[in-house]
Design a protein around this ligand. Structure first.
Ligand code: SAM
Length: 179
């Protein structure tokens, strides 16, 4: 299997910052290695770094990344670029082909938008994928895509090196402090 990375296209700081954080947390929880942001917003890095420190793993955030170069570099290194857009090919009709490529160790760069997506993103992507051809949310689209790609396997993953660990409990909360 290849590694999975997210590319978040420019958010409007006053409107989309919280959604970007949610996209990062969702990507981390569902098995991605890191998130690239086209905006230069260090507060995103800090808030996700705090989660990584508390809960473990080595998810990274890189800000101020050019979307064209990130997409081109992924392809030059043998990876594939998947752009999530409601205008694309519906997920059930293409996830098998994408999963086959990922299983041959190709990295997958998943691109999600915020406001209007630049036209060349549709051309640079190897796959334009719709999570249903209706408008909804980049966080929901990302979660469903990552889950279908990995067939639910990442929900069982261990995050090593954190300060806190949840002991799953039927009622209440049980959080262990790691020494
Ligand atoms: C709120 S939408 C705005 C899209 C923007 N109006 C445009 O014209 O591209 C933000 C992002 O959510 C994701 N998204 C929303 N609905 C989707 C769907 N049905 N399938 C896949 N991605 C979706 C896309 O990545 C999109 O760029």
């Amino acid at each position: 299997m290849g590694d999975i990375f997210i590319l978040r296209l420019g958010h409007r700081p006053e409107r989309d910052a919280r959604i970007t954080t949610h996209a990062g947390l969702t990507a981390r929880a569902l098995g991605a290695k890191g998130m690239l942001l086209t905006v230069d917003d260090k507060s995103e890095t800090e808030s996700i770094d705090r989660v990584v420190q508390a809960w473990g793993g080595d998810f990274f955030v890189r800000t101020g990344v050019g979307y064209r170069s990130a997409m081109k570099q992924c392809k030059e290194r043998g990876g594939i670029v998947v752009h999530l857009t409601m205008y694309g090919v519906n997920l059930p009709d293409c996830i098998g082909r994408i999963r086959d490529e990922w299983r041959t160790s190709k990295d997958v760069l998943v691109v999600v938008g915020a406001e209007k997506v630049p036209g060349d993103v549709y051309q640079l992507a190897d796959y334009n994928v719709a999570v249903g051809n209706q408008p909804h949310s980049e966080v929901a689209a990302l979660a469903l895509f990552l889950d279908r790609l990995q067939e639910g396997q990442t929900l069982k993953q261990e995050f090593k090196g954190g300060e806190l660990k949840i002991i799953p409990t039927e009622h209440g909360k049980n959080v262990q402090k790691e020494s």
